[in-house]
Design a protein. Structure first.
Length: 432
């Protein structure tokens, strides 16, 4: 009997990617250049865009869709021919920073409805160790009436796609793979080797692969939290954090992290999955939670420092105007999910400051829906404070004179990431 890999190579069977966001779509298109693929997403409007060779996440071009053997659908019935499923749906947190597994469990239910004997399911969504086996597999069994391992195989291969990064792509990043047994591990590895050129790391178990993914972002989160705490301390000492980091960075083993707003659907979310599971097991992870608390507080901290500067300039906050430049969770992407810039805006508004918000990449309707906040097309009039919150490429091309045209006679320039340090002379400059 031919293996699942052989069936896919001969195009006797299809591979499906469930969830076509910034992770799922690039994976689907990469495989579609080699084998037969079905791209599935529950959002019919997004499917229409992809059928027209448009990426709703604005990460890929129309050329990326060319020469691909792929069918885009939101109909579960279209998954009947699939033998190898890759689940790449979001794993967000709720308002209480608890894991929201609804998209993942819903995707598991969809796959379970069409699962057949001999099929493979690989999860890529970031989860706490144990989630695949404890939460997802029981749903696959319940919906399909099949038995795990005996009837179908499951693996876990954490996504490592970095939005906006054209260098570290799917093909160029080492891929961690795992399976429920030795056979599944080798078959899953062979399938991923079709699209990953950088090589694979075979994890010893699904749990190990899940844990590896979640500590990647937890490590970054903690390092950035340290930088944020240092920036608060150095501000009280009236020394510039970036000058300190430049000096310290001359040592060969100094880790080059910088302070900033930590949002998005990875670094600002993943640690909460780990702390949730740790607490469930009776351990309170104080270091990780402390780092999260610091990073989650930085939006309010930046806004309060801005208000203090406005008051020092002699302005009344209730009569002041502020311009916030950039609202996406990181530079040069359109994604506004879990953007901590919203915290800056809301904190400024709590002081009755009128806030105008601009961003060349974010979509106004999405921003309004997500945060109930408005985006302006361009600056209007003069401002008491200008906050460069996100370092989009076109913002970095601006000169001080560009900012001066929007500034009142006494204006605060808040440079969150310190990119205009030493370039701003006439405005009251402050950065983390």
């Amino acid at each position: 009997m031919p293996s699942i890999y052989e069936e896919l190579i001969k195009k006797n069977a299809s591979l499906a990617v469930i969830g076509l966001g910034y992770v799922g779509l690039p994976i689907a298109l990469a495989f579609a250049k080699k084998i037969k693929v079905i791209g599935f997403d529950i959002n019919a409007e997004r499917i229409k865009m992809m059928q027209a060779h448009q990426d709703p996440s604005q990460e890929l071009t129309s050329e990326d869709f060319e020469n691909c053997d792929i069918t885009f659908t939101h109909q579960i019935a279209d998954l009947a021919s699939v033998r190898f499923f890759i689940v790449a749906v979001p794993t967000p947190i709720d308002e209480h920073t608890q894991p929201n597994l609804k998209p993942l469990l819903s995707a598991s239910s969809i796959v379970g409805k069409v699962l057949k004997k001999g099929d493979y399911v690989v999860f890529e969504s970031t989860v706490y160790p144990g989630c695949t086996e404890e939460d997802c597999i029981p749903i696959l069994e319940q919906e399909s009436g099949l038995n795990f391992v005996n009837d179908f195989k499951v693996g876990y291969s954490p996504e490592r796609i970095n939005p906006g990064d054209k260098e570290h792509t799917l093909a160029n990043i080492v891929k961690v793979v795992s399976g429920c047994d030795a056979e599944s591990l080798e078959q899953i590895a062979k399938v991923y080797e079709l699209v990953v050129k950088a090589g694979l790391h075979r994890a010893s178990s699904i749990k190990v692969a899940e844990a590896a993914k979640i500590i990647e972002n937890t490590q970054r989160d903690l390092n950035i939290a340290l930088m944020n705490e240092l920036s608060i301390i150095f501000d009280k000492m009236q020394i510039n954090t970036y000058e300190v980091l430049e000096a310290a960075g001359t040592k060969w083993n100094f880790l080059k992290f910088v302070p900033g707003l930590v949002g998005g659907h990875c670094i600002g979310v993943d640690p909460y999955y780990l702390t949730y599971k740790a607490k469930e097991l009776g351990y309170t992870p104080s270091v990780i939670l402390s780092g999260r608390a610091i990073n989650d507080s930085m939006g309010a901290y930046i806004a309060k420092k801005t208000v203090q500067k406005i008051i020092k300039q002699g302005a009344n906050p209730s009569e002041a105007r502020a311009l916030v430049m950039g609202v996406t969770f990181k530079e040069n992407v359109s994604d506004i999910r879990n953007s901590k810039v919203a915290d800056v805006i809301r904190e400024l508004q709590s002081y009755s400051i009128q806030v105008d918000v601009i961003d060349p990449l974010a979509k106004a309707d999405e921003f309004q829906h997500e945060y109930q906040l408005s985006l302006s097309h361009e600056p209007t009039g003069k401002y008491d404070a200008i906050i460069l919150a996100v370092n989009h490429k076109n913002y970095l091309l601006l000169q001080e004179n560009d900012f001066l045209q929007w500034a009142k006679e006494r204006c605060v320039f808040v440079d969150v990431k310190g990119v205009f340090r030493k370039k701003i002379q006439k405005l009251d400059y402050w950065s983390l």
